[in-house]
Design a protein around this ligand. Sequence first.
Ligand code: ADP
Ligand code: MG
Length: 246
Amino acid sequence: MTPPHALLSVRHLSKSYGGRRVLDAIDLDVAEHEVVALIGPSGSGKSTLLRCLNLQEDLDDGQIVLDGRDISDPRVNPDVARRSMGVVFQAFNLFPHMTVLDNITLASRVVHGVARADAEEQAHALLGRVGLADKAAAYPDRLSGGQQQRVAIARALAHRPRLLLFDEITSALDPELVGEVLALVRDLAAAGSTIVMATHEMGFAKQVADQVCFLDEGRLIEQGPPARVLGDPGHPRTRQFLSRII
Ligand code: ADP
Ligand code: MG
């Protein structure tokens, strides 16, 4: 069998803050169309890993290859590399003074030079896709947290990223709103998006992820299919973590 195309290859990625190592020699391969769930205790390095992948942090060591290109090479312009990625964070990070439509089209228009009419046509299509076709003219504070995250996802999709990076995008939501955002992530996965997501939603990881990666103190301790990592973990730290949260 031909192995699936590795869209993302991370090798030996290490990162320290003030001499303290928060990511320690991370190796990770993500195939195209794969969903990878990053799990682990608070402070284990999930967000830092996602920020490193998005080139928001300088790496101490290691390599990030996206679509065959070493984007960690200092000669690569991080702004250009970032255009291949769509990022959504935990906290709602929409611009409060802009309509939903403007939030989605801003980067296309300003950064990518897309004509307003084209950007808006695409944004309306994206809003349809995230189930918010009627909210184009609304301001973020008129939306529920779940709707705001769906807009943030629509915005992340606007430049047709090759890779989606989601950092605990349901953690700040009221429990009754988590489902609608996870349903959207499930739709994206079914449509073939490649996703790396930090999450505490173990049920979701079990159902939707192709790979689960358990991080602890900056090390990727265990990775594999969810049935194994979540159902029959090999490492005592993984077992301990799961026993505390499930
Ligand atoms: P997680 O997302 O798994 O909770 P983080 O990646 O946020 O973990 O944090 C990993 C470790 O790095 C933590 O000990 C955190 O305090 C530390 N850390 C994260 N960001 C910074 C920063 N900008 N400066 C200093 N330390 C940081
Ligand atoms: Mg985090």
